[in-house]
Design a protein around this ligand. Sequence first.
Ligand code: NDP
Length: 294
Amino acid sequence: MTASVIDGKAIAAELRARVAAEVTRVKQDHGLTPGLAVVLVGNDPASEVYVRSKHKQTQEAGMASFEHVLPADVAQGDLIALVQKLNNDPTVHGILVQLPLPKGLDTQAVINAIDPAKDVDGLHPVNAGRLASGMNALSPCTPLGCIILAKSVHPSLEGMNAIVIGRSNLVGRPLVQLLLNENATVTIAHSRSRDLPKLTAQADLVFAAVGKAEMVRGDWIKPGATVIDVGINRLPAADGKSKLVGDVAYQEALKTAGAITPVPGGVGQMTVACLLVNTLRAASAINGLKAPAV
Ligand code: NDP
């Protein structure tokens, strides 16, 4: 048996198109142009690539994109002052501070300064708390993308056994909450979990968000399970360049899984598309409009 490959690229493109259609509608019906402000501190090359991609996709969806680049040695107070300025700017509905921040800056203090209504990364404790309480919240983009990919295979996740490997605030924890909202039965695994292969073998849905190249082996996976690989790991390749691999041993998993996301071309594609969804949601909520149909 060979697993079917979940086409994150196509699913993300379709989602972006739906967002763009809704943006056109809110512009026409309400004169509202959703706006996303991205703050980049320093010149980390990977972060620069992400910010460029966010800028391009935001504009392609018909939204306003505001970019703020600050030097790596910016004072904490100046960064927070910029966030507060964006909080008060009526043309900005989503604020994203690109992480990781350079050393010396207090990441949590910066996140805490973002207006929760504009927190499109879903990292503010108010949004994390609302999500954990089963309330309406802006949720982190990567876990939102994981749910959409899983539902592309199983339209209902109700009653399914899911394992989430990883418990970060950015991915694992919010993903667990979103899965509970879908009525899945969730096991949360992390670096202290015992017998990860056995835990994984019980799952119909495997979400790997560890940051360890190809850690999840093919023979851990229950035959026919759906595997969503969040990991992005850079390995040296034979040609001297580097190649991207996930947290799952893809070639092995192809033989046991029923469906699997590739790396690249899987979850990574969904993250920015879900950022656009969150920006549209935030803009609608701030302006008292009903939630967009995306
Ligand atoms: P973190 O480093 O913040 O968290 C990693 C988690 O994995 C921790 O909870 C840790 O456990 C757990 N872990 C580490 N080693 C093991 C192990 N041997 N067995 C079981 N669990 C283990 O990473 P992130 O959550 O931020 O990211 C995870 C991966 O996803 C990375 O590869 C990252 O690049 C990628 N990523 C991809 C995105 C995308 O858009 N596709 C977006 C965000 C991240 P403990 O808590 O006990 O330390």
